[in-house]
Design a protein around this ligand. Structure first.
Ligand code: BG6
Length: 585
């Protein structure tokens, strides 16, 4: 997924665009580019690397003009090169585009355009849009007609912004997010409110199959058939403006450190929705859960909690897998979709399939204005503030807190102490030294396994994902009881095993597993409130009630992954090849 941005107004465009791209860099950070229009000329600068690096090298902010477009790339089609970076000019140079998404029929369109004599400088699918717009504009000499023609020819999921040498801007949305920011005498086009939130909190969320025309200070929204659409302005909550690291070296460490507070705000802005959801769950025959990445791991926690405490059988389905077994969703079921961003394409597709089966959609989301929120019947807000670090941290604990609150509505047996959870997190956040020491021990290691039983098994899976995302070390979550049925063969002095072992019903069996692994020479990192001679390294967590452990034990793993990333000199906030939420399939 990439970030796209456009500006038309009274101020110099380039500095505003570069600032917006910096704030949306979590969406893709392979290359950056800006194009502006001044005196009916389009000027363009781009390069491989992050916004800061490229801006320092080619001075993106120095581009002249009050109209411009910009892009940060997460490569899908074509390697990470300068020529594949956006913006892409059309052959005439009178048009430039930035694109987010995938044009599935780009090959076909490219062949046709090449037959018409068009030349292509990049390997991307996106460049096709630029030349197609030029061809259609040369026929109609009218931006509206050009857009209407071009969107009928493109197949795939996309949002793109086009700038014409006469200073007109246009943008279209087909499944990929596109938001308009309305300022005083200026307009913004962006993939995310973060792109313009510093300048205005008036946002218009463009619906699917619509396009926008901006000409100086004239602004129109039309559907793909050319019918005028009345703009709906939404006031964006200013909390989204707070995407600063403060005194933290990285967003990831800042977001890990915010969790003692965010556990209290989880779901607080949508309390009624939690009660409503519990009510639907109580009366529903079939309940399905879905998500991607860390959010999928949260569905495994939900499955455990709903079955153990509320006696509700559920099925967790990886969002991208649902399309291969759509029949597995019985009509009139409930689908709980979990997504931090609310923009993950796989989750949106899974919800689409469920809606075709008349399912009720309950979503747990951090961004209440996201596409998923607009597709859902009930929306529960994680309310943990913007999460910029690509690897999910605070959003995972907020997801767990919300699941706890839903189950609390369904069963009086569940004992949750939010104060204790918050103070446990604070205690762990006060003591990083042991974790930093272990991080320096594991930096050369190529394989790490994380073992847990019961509710700690999904935590083991999430922990392995964190280690993979942040350190690029191969890591795997293992169900404690499965050890002897295979993974034990992998245990030797070259591997580290993290044992999630708080003193609850799983304690004894898991300690036995630790001893079996130690007997094979592997080194053990024990995460527990109680030390043991089976551990080579002990990460202490406070002794608490049973259901505090799944949250408190997650924090040391997040910190360990973060410090190991620093030891390995990887970028904790923007891990290679990843993006904060993947809006392409
Ligand atoms: C990935 C992120 O792209 O998407 C993960 O790197 C995240 O951290 C996953 O868990 C799912 O994203 P979301 O926004 O749907 O929860």
């Amino acid at each position: 997924m990439c970030s796209i941005i456009g500006y038309s107004g009274d101020d110099t465009a380039a500095p505003i665009i570069v600032k917006g791209l910096r704030r949306m860099e979590y969406r893709g950070y392979d290359s950056v580019g800006v194009a502006t229009e001044s005196n009916n000329q389009i000027e363009l600068k781009k390069g491989v690397g992050k916004v800061e690096e490229v801006n320092t090298k080619v001075h993106l902010e120095k581009l002249p003009g009050k109209i411009g477009i910009g892009h940060t790339r997460w490569a899908t089609h074509g390697k990470v090169t300068d020529s594949n970076a956006h913006p892409h000019p059309s052959n005439s140079g009178k048009i430039a585009i930035v694109h987010n998404g995938i044009i599935e029929n780009f090959d076909e369109l490219k062949n046709e355009l090449q037959k018409d004599g068009y030349k292509f400088k990049s390997e991307t699918d996106s460049e096709v849009i630029a030349n197609l717009l030029q061809k259609n504009f040369e026929i109609s000499n009218n931006v509206k007609d050009t857009m209407m023609k071009t969107v009928t020819q493109l197949k795939g999921h996309y949002s793109f912004i086009v700038m014409f040498e006469n200073g007109q801007l246009a943008a279209a949305r087909f499944h990929e997010p596109l938001i308009v920011g309305v300022g005083d005498n200026n307009y913004f086009l962006s993939s995310d409110v973060l792109g313009f939130i510093e300048q205005t909190d008036n946002a218009i969320y463009i619906d699917n199959g619509n396009f926008v025309l901006i000409d100086q200070n004239k602004f129109q929204i039309l559907d793909f058939d050319g019918n005028e659409i009345k703009p709906q302005i939404t006031k964006v909550s200013k909390e989204f403006a707070d995407v600063y690291k403060g005194d933290y070296a990285h967003f990831t460490l800042k977001e890990i450190s915010e969790q003692a507070e965010t556990v209290f705000s989880a779901g607080e802005n949508t309390k009624k929705a939690i009660k409503e959801s519990a009510d639907y769950l109580k009366h529903s025959k079939n309940v399905f859960l879905t998500g991607s990445g860390t959010s999928y791991n949260a569905t495994l926690i939900a499955k455990y909690l709903l079955s153990k405490y509320a006696k509700i059988k559920t099925e967790s389905i990886i969002a991208s897998e649902l399309q291969f077994s759509p029949e597995s969703i019985e009509p009139n079921s409930i689908l709980i979709a979990i997504s931090q961003s609310g923009e993950s394409a796989d989750v949106l597709e899974a919800v689409d399939i469920a809606k075709q089966n008349d399912c009720k959609i309950i979503s747990i989301i951090n961004s209440l204005t996201s596409s998923l929120a607009r597709e859902s019947d009930i929306v529960i807000g994680m309310n943990c503030g913007p999460e910029i670090g690509v690897a999910a941290t605070k959003s995972f604990t907020s997801q767990m807190i919300i699941l706890y609150k839903i189950v609390q509505e369904l069963s009086k047996d569940i004992e949750i102490d939010f104060e204790e959870i918050s103070s446990s997190i604070s205690q762990i956040l006060e003591e990083h030294n042991m974790i930093k020491k272990i991080a320096s021990e594991i930096k050369e290691i190529s394989d790490i396994y994380v073992l847990g039983r019961g509710i700690h098994y999904p935590i083991a899976i999430e922990s392995a994902l964190k280690i993979k995302e942040l350190t690029y070390i191969h890591a795997e979550g293992i169900a404690g009881g499965e050890l002897k049925h295979g993974p034990l063969a992998l245990m030797d002095s070259n591997v580290f095993v993290i044992i999630i072992n708080p003193e609850d019903s799983t304690y004894q069996d898991t300690l036995t597993s630790a001893r079996e692994i130690k007997a094979r020479g592997a080194r053990i990192i024990g995460i527990s409130n109680k030390n043991s001679d089976a551990y080579d390294f002990w990460i202490k967590i406070p002794k608490t009630k049973e259901l505090t452990y799944p949250i408190s034990e997650t924090i040391p793993i997040q910190l360990l992954s973060y410090y190991a990333a620093l030891e390995k000199d990887t970028d904790p906030d923007y891990p290679r090849n990843l993006a904060k939420s993947v809006t392409v399939k």
